[in-house]
Design a protein around this ligand. Sequence first.
Ligand code: FDA
Length: 395
Amino acid sequence: MTHEGSFVTRNQYDAIILGGGAAGLMCAAVAGQRGRRVLLLDHASEVGKKILISGGGRCNFTNIHTAPDRYLSANPHFAKSALGRYTAQDFLALVERHRIAWHEKTLGQLFCDGSARQIVAMLLDECAAGQVEIRTGRSIGAIDHADGRYRVDDGSAPALVIATGGPSIPKMGATGFAYDLARRFGLKVVEPRPALVPLTLPPDQALFRELSGVSTDVIARAGKTGFREAALFTHRGLSGPAILQISSYWRHGEPIAIDFLPDHDAHWLTGAKRARPRTTLRKLLGEALPDRLAERLTEQFGLPGELANLPDRKLHEAEQRLSGWPFLPNGTEGFAKAEVTIGGISTAELSSQTMAARKVPGLYAIGEAVDVTGWLGGYNFQWAWASGWAAGQML
Ligand code: FDA
């Protein structure tokens, strides 16, 4: 009896957090430091594995331009509350308190000068300050919910936080566990799909596959959305930041358009014909683009010889094609290569203030598991910190 009594006390918590990634660690630290007894469980051998590999090992931990319109969700307003209450500046202040040196790379992206491991160490320090109990290598078995408590093998609590992320990069231990669990509790899940992912091209566009390794600054567009960054040709299709960004907006069966000459105006070729009539299209493209790409594109136009001998109409067609080259991807490289997952636990099921499930008392969902997906560049971690912080205030 005595033994059983102490077991029960020992295994009772105020909150159990499933998943020790960016969101789970932040949530645990915040709740722990508010005096809550927190248990965090992860099936991986160590916490924060995606943080460790992020940003090429330097972790692009936030973006100073964070704003709700840089996130995709069935409800574009959902992220406003959490992002507004825990900002990129708040996370930066934490980083500075831990004396982690950082720098801005481009487009507001903040990275560690040293290693992503510093961010994981910082989060572990913060968890330790809140006396969070962290158990790794724990596969989460049955979850029982009765009498206002959630029970797992390791203990029970009145609050359960789903922070197990999305299924992108399964070889790192990513799973669709969050969705299965949410469905079990009657929460809807917006169909997940890979995002921030390379696009594949069909064999009839194989000409571009021969350019594998060539990278150039472009504007990639899908519908009304466009990103100006580098695109990279790969042996399977297209990658690079501009393509990863547009992949989140691309839908199967739809084209994307690439502006290969984002700094050139609409009449640059006809203008060049007047200014430099003896030059050739090949030479002009070679001045603006990587040589192999210039060669391939010129072949496509079949406009040999001096510009002076080419009709304006043909040059105008070439200008238009170069500023909106159509590609019809036949797919993506899938969850195996996707940096994040679009879709997830429906925001309609959650309070945007607290991340608590509306219909299931004590259940919360945070981070990538939720249907909120950021652009490339530190936005996804900022969502993980902000949503983790919001739930951490409530536990
Ligand atoms: P996250 O995936 O981090 O954590 C989930 C945790 O749950 C993991 O520890 C996992 O082991 C655990 N788990 C999963 N299933 C489980 C189960 N069944 N049982 C128990 N535990 C389970 N973003 C950004 O802003 N800047 C960047 O630089 C990068 N770089 C980057 C590079 C690469 C290669 C990838 C794949 C992703 C990025 N990202 C990124 C995205 C970023 O990593 C991602 O958005 C966050 O890690 C999401 O945080 P979460 O805590 O929600 O999930």
